[in-house]
Write a protein that binds this ligand. Structure first.
Ligand SMILES: [Zn+2]
Length: 364
């Protein structure tokens, strides 16, 4: 009896030791992704240059699929297939590939395939049924893929994608290294060539900002500066989407949100969407909206790599300027995260945001 018990125990121990060794191997076989392979296969299948496909993915998500969770403007996956009243690349991808919208949202491989199908479809539509021969001819295709209504916000997006192709990108995603090799390209911008992206500010110590006004239904007109300096707080946000995506979303009448400023991750470029005299809808708390200025930072709360040095510096400069202009004390009581607004349901800017570093820069 004792002997049999010992034998059973030994078998159990043996199983316990072997099983953990086998489980990861089996899981790796079934679920490990190769983004390089997915990009290459989708590019080949739909005859889209792999640089274009990868650069669009990088601009949208830094090649992170966010486990199927939507962006602020309801875009999904690495390629940000969008499902909102003004923009429908998710539906188009489903129609072109025969894959369900739900699968396109959550399956990384199909998300990339779906985007390739949409890009190829736009390309053919723009070129009498033919695919472009030159890399630079994909500029207007990328522009249309963005699906924005405003020409200069679209230009910001397509310029960014082609900058990535021109300068190249290297990034490790889940242990896999993805590379866009720097490629000389001459974007044929078509109608976007002459689109001007307005710049305001730059006077005295006001930072240079681009101006892309939000839709009038997404903020409240006010006269805050003349009302006797009733602005006393700066609220720090994360876009949960791309820079141009956030700017465009604020121009979308179905958004019902806005912020005064949006800052780009790659270089700290700032776009203003709402004048500081008006009340942007960003804090989710009316009394805070009324007295605050909202600054959005390109990125996702749970994804490292978006909060760059360039973005911290640009944002800190802007906040310092706003504090000086509106006599806002430069401390953490008055410069707060969205998550610190009473009743906030949002967690941005999240634990990856380096408050010590930020406040040091603000007080420099
Ligand atoms: Zn927020």
């Amino acid at each position: 009896m004792k002997h049999r018990l010992k034998k059973v125990l030994m078998v159990l121990v043996a199983v316990w030791m072997v099983v953990p060794l086998f489980v990861p191997a089996a899981a790796a076989d079934g679920t490990q992704h190769s983004l390089n392979r997915y990009f290459q296969e989708a590019a080949t299948e739909y005859e889209v240059p792999v640089e274009v496909l990868m650069a669009v993915g990088y601009a949208e998500s830094r090649w992170n699929d966010h486990q199927g969770k939507p962006s602020q403007s309801n875009g999904y996956g690495i390629m940000h297939l969008v499902d909102n009243p003004e923009q429908q690349t998710l539906q188009a991808a489903s129609r072109l590939t025969g894959i369900s919208e739900n699968e396109l949202k959550i399956d990384i491989k199909q998300n990339i395939r779906g985007a390739a199908a949409v890009l190829a479809d736009i390309a053919k539509e723009q070129n009498d049924g033919q695919l472009p021969q030159e890399l630079g001819q994909w500029y207007t295709v990328v522009a249309e893929y963005a699906g924005y209504k405003n020409d200069y916000v679209t230009k910001i997006y397509a310029d960014e994608v082609f900058r990535l192709i021109e300068e190249g990108v290297q990034r490790k995603v889940d242990g896999e290294t993805l590379v866009i090799h720097p490629t000389t390209v001459h974007p044929e911008k078509g109608a976007y060539q002459d689109v001007e992206i307005p710049i305001i500010g730059g006077k005295a110590d006001a930072p240079f900002v681009r101006w892309a006004p939000a839709h009038s239904s997404n903020f409240t007109e006010a006269n805050r500066e003349a009302d006797g300096n009733n602005i006393d707080t700066v609220v720090i946000h994360t876009t949960q989407g791309s820079y141009s995506g956030a700017i465009s979303w604020f121009q979308n009448p179905s958004a019902n949100v806005s912020a005064h400023y949006v800052i780009r991750s790659s270089d700290g470029e700032i776009t203003q969407s709402v004048s500081t005299k008006n009340i942007a809808w960003h804090a989710g708390n009316w009394s805070y909206n009324v007295r605050s200025i909202g600054i959005e930072h390109e990125g996702y709360v749970d994804q490292p790599g978006w909060y760059t040095d360039a973005m911290y510096r640009a944002s800190a400069n802007l906040t310092r300027y706003l504090c000086d202009t509106f006599a806002i004390p430069r401390n953490r009581d008055r410069i707060i995260g969205h998550n610190e607004v009473p009743g906030a349901t949002h967690t941005d800017p999240g634990p990856l945001w380096d408050w010590n570093r930020y406040m040091t820069l603000v007080n420099q």
